[in-house]
Design a protein around this ligand. Structure first.
Ligand SMILES: Cc1cc2nc3c(=O)[nH]c(=O)nc-3n(C[C@H](O)[C@H](O)[C@H](O)COP(=O)(O)O)c2cc1C
Length: 192
């Protein structure tokens, strides 16, 4: 029995277990993941690779292009325990080469997400989501994929790394709140 005010929302949220999985290289997508976590609760998990990408941007672009071409799925170091316990899974990623980054493809291939609600979110350098959201849909054919969130992040190519900070972070918090409130979830604005 809940004894605090605002209990009805908390109750709804407790009914649904939330997982937030994200890939982030320069921390913009991580900033959005943390905002979602503050507003929706749940468990926050960063995707890490067994063999990390090079620190060098151009080398990473070249490696990702090759992986996309061959369909290589980089093995993940991150393991999600008992994924079957989660009802709602937010999946966050940058746009890489106008596609879903290979590590997120690895994640979506590796776990059985049938019957779950999947919610994508993205940051990019200003060229948009590309095919990322569409690929999430096609890799989760037995899930309910809801409307995603996207926001401009950094431009690593030009040395612009984390930009979702300061005033931009405040703007991001407001935009995420608006987006979550529109989703049929009963988890937004729960006061966390
Ligand atoms: C390998 C690589 C490829 C990228 N390709 C694109 C792209 O096709 N379109 C785009 O808008 N941004 C592209 N970007 C920029 C990132 O999407 C953008 O900086 C994003 O905010 C980074 O998120 P993060 O800080 O969470 O890593 C690319 C970045 C990297 C590292």
């Amino acid at each position: 029995m809940c004894m605090v005010s605002g209990c009805a929302k908390a109750q709804n949220m407790d009914d649904k277990k939330v997982l937030i999985v994200y890939l982030s290289r320069t921390n913009n997508t991580k900033a959005i993941a943390e905002i979602i976590h503050q507003q929706a609760g749940g468990k926050l998990v960063a995707l890490e690779l067994q063999s990390p990408y090079p620190a060098n941007y151009q080398e990473t672009v070249a490696q990702v292009a090759k992986e996309n071409e061959t369909g290589y799925l980089p093995p993940l170091k991150t393991k999600v325990e008992n994924i079957e316990q989660y009802d709602i899974i937010f999946v966050g990623f940058p746009t890489w080469g106008m596609q879903l980054p290979p590590p997120m493809k690895s994640f979506l291939y590796q776990y059985n997400l049938a019957g779950k609600t999947i919610i994508p979110f993205n940051t990019n350098a200003g060229y948009g989501i590309g095919s990322t959201f569409q690929t999430v849909r096609s890799l989760c054919p037995k899930s309910k994929v809801l409307e995603g969130f996207t926001m401009k992040g950094g431009i690593e190519r030009d040395g612009q790394l984390l930009v979702i900070k300061g005033d931009n972070l405040i703007k991001a918090q407001a935009e995420v709140k608006k987006w979550l409130a529109k989703l049929p979830l009963n988890i937004s604005n729960n006061g966390r």
